[in-house]
Design a protein around this ligand. Structure first.
Ligand code: WT7
Length: 661
């Protein structure tokens, strides 16, 4: 952790302030900093009152008898409650006006210049109907409460249907991002012991057809627990013929047609702490962690944060651009907005397909009011230029959000000006896969924003900045971001590895949740998050573990040793650089460089493809044999090697100099 200090100390000088616009403030759920402070204090001092009131509209079969049972590091929230999460997201909306309201508006990637793109709208009634049918299909295939189901799909309405259908049965879903490769998918399915995989034939991505079922076939050959594969035909036989193994595979339509109609209609009531989903995320070892979220607490966190942070109003069209394969898609595409009865926009494709104006045309076509995306996307919009958002009518937008990495003030101001027309508040939201829902932000009608700062704690969250050992830092002093008390949507454990959960999150400082991020708190109480202090990178808003990359690289037969580090990148936040030593007899040439990049793309996924591969005759190490990552980071951040890049770099010379310091 000694590596931590440099980045934390770097201070961003940013004095611009953006107060909530008066009209926004007047209509907001929380309309002043005082009101925010009052609710915040209540959430910490009387959590019983706060959470009972704020979750009153959700559907519980039985209410809880105890708000929190905390035996560090294990929290049990809303003990005694029984519920089914899908009833809060669906059934409860069938009684009132929301029955015929759009739950999902979907737009396909292929777009016709004249006619726009194919769209589908599902009302709450229709979404409920589809979820009931698909839950029945899964139950007929043998899925029971507690069973694990992998969902490996793209952005189609059926991905939400599949998630909610699992929830309806009390089965545990694990959505694997569609960009992951077969090996990554296989490891996740095996780690959670999945019984069923739900997938689709293929998907469109930037006009290309991505074969998803073929990836599942490659993975499932090595997944002994997987009994059945359900395939949704997004593209159809004419575009992408697929093979169905008659014993193992079944199409989505057939699974529904052949289901036992008695199953699925009645949702399975589960206990508050029943697992809802596992989501794999990278850590500082090569093995991804299965972050476990449970039912009542997760739902409460996703529900209440969506309502307040996005200040939901009845006519909203809510668009979070994250893929459902990441936690942002779980909490702010599915569970948060649907439990609030909001209309969710789902867009299938890439932001620049077929051109850089696509997102703005989607926003205009569907009257998007709240737009939530990542800084890496905002920096891409900046690069593409302000003329693109100008071509579309974005006047329906009233609120913008950012998540995934620190947003640089330039990107913040550009977003505010060119997307928000200068009238929409921008909320920067800090949270993690592990936290389940937003932890730090500025409530848009209540608290002024400072570009680059994420903001103040959300309700129920008690963060602090501490030094090694746990002593609290003073204002503006850099340290580790921790959370001092449990909150409802916190992870409960790492699937199958409670020891890792304890060590990773509660092992650094006794009884306190360790986020792995460096940050400071300014004199007004605003948090400025700098980024990870462990060996985890944030590449284009996606968490990438350096150890995971290294183990993929050394799997290449020519590679002897590898070290992956981050390098600052204007667009992606961090770019991935891998230093490689080759075994004797292999040439460090362009073909080898490509082969190493390909190896990572094939094992982990294209999104993790290294930006740079640098060959060295030996990795710089300390006398005790530890790779000097800090030195490698400096080398990576410096100028690229000049001249003939196929020659080996001699980094041991640098290492010797450093070792003698
Ligand atoms: C890590 C969590 C949860 C959303 C998607 C990422 C970084 C996230 C911010 C922000 C600065 C941020 C942190 C965090 N991060 N949001 N607003 N400002 N940094 O989820 O993959 O679990 O990554 O993303 O470093 O620890 P994730």
């Amino acid at each position: 952790m000694t590596d931590a200090h440099d980045p934390i100390l770097s201070r961003l000088q940013e004095d611009r302030r953006f107060a909530p616009p008066e009209a926004f403030r007047k209509a907001a759920r929380v309309g002043s900093r005082e009101e925010y402070e009052r609710l915040y204090r209540e959430s910490l001092e009387s959590p019983e009152t706060f959470w009972a009131r704020e979750t009153a509209e959700l559907s519980f079969r039985t209410r809880w008898s105890k708000t929190l049972d905390w035996k560090a590091p294990h929290a049990r929230w809303f003990e005694g409650a029984t519920l089914n999460v899908s009833e809060s997201c669906l059934d409860r909306h069938l009684e009132g006006d929301a029955r015929t309201k759009a739950a999902l508006i979907w737009e396909a990637e292929p777009e016709d210049p004249q006619r726009g793109a194919p769209t589908r709208t599902m009302t709450y009634f229709e979404l409920h109907r589809e979820v009931v049918r698909f839950a029945g299909a899964l139950a007929t295939l043998g899925v029971k409460a507690g069973d694990r189901v992998i969902i490996y799909m793209g952005m189609v309405p059926e991905v939400a249907v599949a998630m909610l259908a699992c929830a309806r049965l009390g089965a545990v879903h694990s959505v694997v991002f569609g960009g992951f490769a077969a090996e990554a998918l296989r490891d996740r399915a095996n780690d959670c012991g999945a019984k069923v995989i739900v997938t689709q034939d293929g998907a469109y991505r930037r006009g290309q057809v991505v074969k998803m079922k073929a990836t599942v076939d490659a993975a499932v050959a090595h997944c002994p627990t997987v009994e059945r594969v359900v395939v949704y035909r997004r593209l159809g036989e004419a575009i992408l013929p697929i093979e169905l193994d008659p014993k193992r595979d079944i199409s989505w339509e057939r699974a529904i047609a052949e289901r036992d109609p008695a199953l699925g209609r009645e949702a399975t009531a589960v206990g508050a702490e029943h697992p809802l989903f596992i989501l794999y995320t990278s850590g500082s070892t090569g093995k991804p962690k299965g972050v476990l979220h449970t039912s009542a607490g997760y739902l409460a966190g996703a529900h209440v944060s969506t309502k307040y942070v996005f200040d939901l109003r009845p006519g909203d069209v809510f668009w979070c651009t994250a893929d459902v394969g990441w936690v942002t898609g779980h909490s702010y595409v599915v569970y948060g907005p649907l439990s609030n009865g909001a209309t969710v926009l789902l867009y299938e494709g890439a932001p620049n397909a077929p051109d850089a104006g696509r997102l703005w045309r989607v926003a205009e076509r569907h009257g998007v009011t709240v737009f939530y995306t990542a800084p890496t996307a905002i920096r891409a919009f900046m690069r593409w230029g302000e003329d693109w958002p100008k071509k579309s009518d974005l006047s329906a937008l009233r609120l913008l959000g950012s998540v995934g990495e620190p947003i640089n003030p330039e990107a913040w101001v550009w977003y505010h000006t060119h997307v928000g027309g200068g009238r929409c508040p921008v909320v920067d939201t800090w949270w993690q896969t592990e936290t389940g829902s937003i932890m730090l932000t500025t409530l848009p009608g209540a608290v002024e924003s400072k570009p680059g700062a994420t903001g103040l704690p959300f309700f129920g969250v008690e963060p602090a900045i501490v030094k090694t050992g746990g002593a609290e830092c003073g204002p503006n002093e850099g340290g580790f971001l921790v959370v001092k008390r449990p909150w409802p949507s916190m992870l409960r454990t790492v699937w199958g590895d409670d020891e890792r959960f304890r060590r990773q999150y509660f092992g650094e400082i006794e009884g306190v949740y360790f986020t792995g991020d460096g940050a400071r708190r300014d004199e007004d109480g605003y948090f400025w998050v700098v980024g990870r202090i462990d060996d985890v990178l944030n590449v284009a808003g996606h968490r990438v573990g350096t150890a995971e990359i290294e183990s993929a690289v050394v799997a290449h037969p020519a590679v002897a040793e590898a070290a992956a580090v981050g390098r600052p990148d204007d667009l992606k936040g961090q770019a991935l650089v891998v230093f490689v030593t080759l075994k004797l007899g292999y040439a460090a040439d362009e073909a080898m460089r490509e082969a190493v990049k390909e190896q990572v793309a094939r094992d982990i996924g294209k999104f993790a493809r290294p930006d740079d591969v640098r060959f060295t005759d030996a990795l710089p190490k300390t006398r005790s044999g530890k790779i000097m990552r800090r030195l490698l980071k400096e080398v990576a951040a410096g100028k690229a090697p000049t001249g003939d890049t196929s020659t080996l770099e001699d980094l041991t010379v640098l290492a010797k100099l450093r070792d003698e310091e």
